[in-house]
Each structure stands twice: as C-alpha cells, then as structure tokens.
Ligand binder design. Structure first.
Ligand SMILES: Nc1ncnc2c1ncn2[C@@H]1O[C@H](COP(=O)(O)OP(=O)(O)O)[C@@H](O)[C@H]1O
Ligand SMILES: [Mg+2]
Length: 217
C-alpha cells in the first residue's frame, strides 16, 4: 500500500551551512512528486533523510498508510527504496541483479523467477537477462537499477535524478516506466530532476526547493 510521508519542521545543517530549515510538507500516497531546485540546494540531502539513510538535526518524519502511522524499523525500511543518479550493479547476470532483493526477502524461487521475468519485460531488458550486468551501457544499467528497486514493490520510491547521465532513448524509456508506475498508483514516488520539461511530462505535482523549504513551483 503506498505511503504518505509527512515532514514536520525538519532542519539539517552541515557544519554551519543550513541546508534544510524548518521544512514541512506532506507527500500524499500514490502520487508522483517532482522536486526541483538549484544545484546544491539540498534535494539529495532531503531524499536521504526521507529514505531513512540520514537523520535530520531536528523535526520529525511520519510514514503512514491506510492503517495509520508506521513505526520506523526494518519493516518500514523494507518498504522504502532510494535509487541514486548513478546506479551500481552487481558483478553477476542481469537476472541475478533483479533476483537479489527478492532472495534476501526470502521470496520463494517460483515467485522470484516470475517477478524477475515480469520486471525484465517492464524495463526492456529481457534480451539481456543472461548478460553480466557490468557489460550494460550506462542507460541500460540505470534501467536495471530502477528495476531492482521496483521488483521489491516498494510503497515509497525515491528517484534522485534518474536520467541525469544517460542518452535520450534511455531517458524516454525511464520516463515511460515512471509514468506507468504513476498510472498504477501502488507506489508513492518522490523524484528530483533539473529538467523542467521532464518534470512537466511526468507530473502536475512539481515542488520547488528554495531557502531550505519546499513550496509550489
Ligand atoms: N555529507 C555531507 N557533508 C557535508 N556537506 C554536505 C554533505 N552532503 C551534502 N552536503 C552539502 O549540502 C548542500 C546540499 O547538497 P545536496 O543535497 O546534494 O544538493 P542537491 O541535491 O540539491 O544538488 C551542498 O552544499 C553540499 O555540498
Ligand atoms: Mg542532488
């Protein structure tokens, strides 16, 4: 079930540099939210905090689903994934890269194979399933990284500049993947981009980060 994420008065500084200053915002469940803002304004920092990889200095984050608020713990962490701008892949086949997250979640082999095959189709890498992932082009590797995040069916997905360093063809493929996910509405998506036309293609919910806070673009 997609999660709603509510930030209340979140602040973060590195040394004396205030990055987030009393930021409050609600990312509603099942929607695709696009975060924009100048280089260095704190978008990636915010995503790391929201993905529970870093702590804010003050303020709080609340994750909720239809059944109310969830406690922060392993259970919640397993429902959240962050995909970085440059995905690293494992030195193994494309298939195994996708299967890994399911294996560590103890998903039975039959279901695992079924879900991996479905994901290979979804990210357009069926024909590369037996290749070593290290031999993929950067655009294909990025699609694999997104597939690896999606195959576990996260309820809250963070995409940090998912198309920053890839060609147009792969950018289009990744945008199509994001739009299909948005359509399905099973996952809350929060992504950053510096490409305003991409933002407009993907969602009406465009948010601007400025002076350590979020507001309508
Ligand atoms: N771990 C860190 N230690 C110190 N400074 C950091 C750290 N992470 C980010 N910063 C600084 O915080 C600011 C915001 O960075 P970032 O969140 O990456 O911005 P954006 O993603 O919007 O470009 C930058 O000035 C960056 O140098
Ligand atoms: Mg960034």
């Amino acid at each position: 079930m997609p999660l709603t994420l509510t930030l209340n008065n979140v602040s973060k500084a590195y040394d004396d540099d205030k990055i987030l200053s009393g930021l409050s915002y609600t990312f509603s469940a099942g929607e695709t939210h696009i975060l924009m803002g100048a280089n260095g304004c704190g978008k990636s920092t915010l995503l790391r905090i929201c993905a529970l990889l870093e702590q804010p200095d003050s303020g709080s984050l609340a994750y909720s689903s239809g059944n109310g608020e969830l406690q922060v713990g392993l259970e919640l962490r397993r429902r959240i994934t962050l995909v970085l701008p440059k995905v690293g892949v494992f030195n193994s086949t494309v298939f195994n890269n996708l299967a890994y997250g399911l294996k560590i979640r103890s998903i039975a082999k039959n279901e695992r194979t079924e879900r991996v095959i479905k994901m290979l189709k979804f990210i357009g890498l069926e024909h590369k399933k037996n290749r070593n992932a290290l031999t993929l082009s950067s655009g294909e590797a990025q699609r694999l990284g997104i597939g690896r995040a999606l195959v576990i069916e996260p309820d809250l997905l963070f995409l940090d500049e998912p198309t920053a360093s890839i060609d147009n063809k792969n950018r289009e493929l990744i945008e199509a993947i994001i739009l299909q996910m948005k359509e399905a509405g099973h996952t809350t998506i929060i992504m950053t981009t510096h490409d305003s036309s991409q933002a407009e293609r993907l969602s009406k919910r465009i948010i601007l980060m400025k002076n350590g806070k979020l507001g309508a673009a």
